[in-house]
Design a protein around this ligand. Structure first.
Ligand SMILES: [Zn+2]
Length: 65
């Protein structure tokens, strides 16, 4: 019980070029790739895309043959 691992940062602040400051971002699943999921990070204020990231699935990937 209580086995929660810190997977990934969710509530990160990134620098928004439009707001010209570090802003909280909204994570949006963009693509599902063979090596992970690609997320897009958008500024919560103006909606500008401030970055993206591929979250790799390492532990919970199980290939059943
Ligand atoms: Zn912004």
């Amino acid at each position: 019980m209580g086995r929660e691992t810190y997977k990934d940062f969710d509530a990160t602040e990134l620098l928004c070029p439009n707001c010209k400051k570090a802003v909280p971002v909204r994570k949006r699943l963009l693509l599902i790739l063979s090596n992970g999921d690609k997320y897009d990070y958008m500024c919560v204020f103006c909606g500008t895309s401030v970055g993206d990231k591929i979250v790799k699935q390492k532990d919970n990937l199980r290939i059943i043959k």
